[in-house]
Ligand binder design. Structure first.
Ligand code: A3P
Length: 338
């Protein structure tokens, strides 16, 4: 029987690793361990946080999640498994969409024919179903448990900064990138929703200036994409490179290719039963934005379109970003249709 979106699950939905406060001291100690080192780093104005710090050629925000502290901790302690699957993105490139799709397709047998509760993606956020590798590794939550295979993780860490353990593990990695002009617009809105009130709102001009200089969390954008793109060309068996734009054009094809790459190909029977389309629908903008319409969960859903940048960038801004992109991506065979 095919996986039904409305079907019920016998497995409880995964819990957010960050809702449980039992290991607070351990985590704070881990965060503090890097404080002195971080204080010596070059700083720039941040988007969501007050500052960004330059470390190993990229800008990072301080804090707990997707932070410089987490990066340092991961580089020091994280142990990858060969069966792990990592989803890597620049923030605002479609991480939420990719997380939902990979979770749904890898776990499709887990959540079929169930009767007790609904599919996790119908009751919780994709960021809860498929968490980032963050400082929370110190909690040793079930997400990091040795026995759970494959472990699914997301990260914004640039390729050259990934922990050696991940690079040596032979695991699979999916990288999703998006037209930088749409990333800029998406990040501008996201930052203004999440910024500390004391920082005031950013203007679009301010956001554009920072973005063009490469100053954004995990940026420069171009260096981030370049690292993963090169890795995908050199190690296509380990690194699968995707764009938000190709997903928007033919998501069914992308899901099938993703399933093959990850080692979870759809059988003829599944295809005939419409399993691919069910996953696509389950993870589509319409469904996910409806499920996540309350509270902070909705911050990950805005327009979900290709080319919204046309409503924000002047001709000059657009030309300038195009020139940078063309120069930086020379020879990498990356293009954005709009
Ligand atoms: P916009 O701000 O342009 O609408 P991330 O998940 O990396 O934070 O990226 C967020 C962007 O992806 C937002 O773009 C958001 O609307 C879009 N998005 C989220 N879920 C999506 C989905 N299921 N399908 C298509 N786009 C999605």
């Amino acid at each position: 029987m095919s996986m039904s979106i409305a079907s019920h699950s016998s497995s409880p939905p995964p819990k957010a690793p960050y809702t449980d406060h039992d290991d607070e001291e351990k985590i704070n100690a881990a965060l503090n361990r890097y404080k002195e080192k971080i204080a010596t780093l070059p700083k720039e104005k941040g988007w969501v946080t007050k500052d960004l710090y330059m470390y190993q050629g990229f800008w990072h925000q301080p804090g707990r999640v997707n932070s410089i502290e987490a990066l340092m901790a991961i580089q020091d302690t994280f142990k990858a498994h060969p069966t792990d699957i990592y989803l890597a993105t620049m923030p605002k490139s479609g991480t939420t969409w990719l997380k939902a799709l990979v979770f749904a397709l890898v776990k499709r047998h887990h959540y079929k024919n169930n009767t007790k509760s609904t599919h996790p993606l119908l009751v919780s956020n994709p960021h809860v179903c498929l968490p980032g590798i963050t400082i929370e590794i110190f909690r040793n939550t079930p997400f990091y448990a040795e026995g759970d295979s494959p472990r699914l993780f997301a990260t914004h860490i640039p390729y050259p900064l990934l922990s050696q353990s991940i690079l040596d593990s032979g695991c699979r990695l999916v990288y999703l990138c998006r037209n930088p002009k749409d990333v800029l617009v998406s990040l501008f809105h996201f930052a203004n929703k999440l910024r500390d009130k004391s920082l005031g709102l950013m203007t679009f001009e301010e956001a554009y200036q920072l973005f063009s200089k490469g100053v954004m969390p995990n940026g420069p954008y171009w260096d981030h994409v370049k690292g993963y793109r090169k890795a995908s060309l050199e190690h296509p068996e380990n690194v699968f490179f995707l764009t938000y734009e190709e997903m928007s054009v033919d998501i069914v094809d992308v899901v099938k290719r993703l399933a093959n790459f990850l080692g979870y190909p759809f059988t003829e029977k599944e295809e005939a039963e419409g399993t691919v389309n069910e996953i696509v629908k389950l993870c589509g903008f319409k469904n996910l934005s409806e499920v996540n319409k309350h509270g902070l969960n909705n911050v990950f859903f805005r327009e979900g379109k290709v080319g919204d940048w046309k409503n924000y960038l002047t001709d000059e801004m657009s030309r300038n970003l195009d020139e940078i992109t063309e120069e930086k991506f020379k020879g990498l065979d990356i293009s954005f249709p709009i």
